[in-house]
Design a protein around this ligand. Sequence first.
Ligand SMILES: O=C(O)CCC(=O)C(=O)O
Ligand SMILES: [Fe+2]
Length: 293
Amino acid sequence: MQAEQNTAETNPLAGLLDLAQYPINALDSPDGQALIAYCRRQLEEDGCVVLERFVPEEALTRLEAETKRLSPEAHYNQTETNPYNSDPDPDLPDDHPKNRFADRTNGFVAGDRIGADTIIRKIYESPDFQRFVGAVVGLEEIHEYADPLAGLVVNVLREGCQHPWHYDTNEFIVTMMTRQSEAGGRFEYSPGIRSPGGENFEGVQRVLDGDDHNVRKLDLQPGDLQIFFGRYSLHRVTPVEGNRERHTVIFAYAREPGFIGRPERALRIFGRMAPIHERLLQEGIERSDRLAD
Ligand SMILES: O=C(O)CCC(=O)C(=O)O
Ligand SMILES: [Fe+2]
């Protein structure tokens, strides 16, 4: 029965996701409910849930090949950032977390380069997958971006690239590793180190100084799906070592339909805009022109 339900004709994800272990296409079934309960509990306790081998063994070669083929299209951008993605504070000491800046060099392949026939786009656009992610993060609905660049993205870290300690501004992030570096490139996080009640700068400073007491280190593998709440959990990706690049896919969703990122951001992250960004800029200029009349 199960095999019949999950043939390629009835479910485009059949064979691409491990639907037996992760029945995201049957969320109302007891197994589906148990999966959601498991993910929610993990997120509540830890801010992070990893579903190992979400893409099963038999589809992994194809998955890895997809981002390997796309990776030369990555646009690299370099910034110096502190954990808060903010300006420094000259009134605070140099070793205060707000004044601790580190290099962030990342490559991003934009969504308009990622074809409809890829596993990663099929996952991104799957209504089953969206319902599953929504149920796990506690949202009735989530929506694909209307932004053709920023919704589905491949993050490419080559040798020396890192993502230094930081918090995210978005509520949750859904990622899948497709290629692991030889060494380095490891995801580390300190769950709930800050809270709406306090920044805990002392605790953050200890982590920045190398205290890994309250730091969890994940050994993510290709095909693992990760859902992470990064607003209160300080996290980083350690510098990539060796010739092998680290690839992760970012599946970005919004609460409302129609989300389009700012044109300046598109330029910074992807090195270019999509026609919709150019139109937005144009309209913005016209609007301000009209206001000036
Ligand atoms: O690549 C990762 O595993 C995490 C990246 C990250 O923290 C971010 O994009 O904010
Ligand atoms: Fe992050």
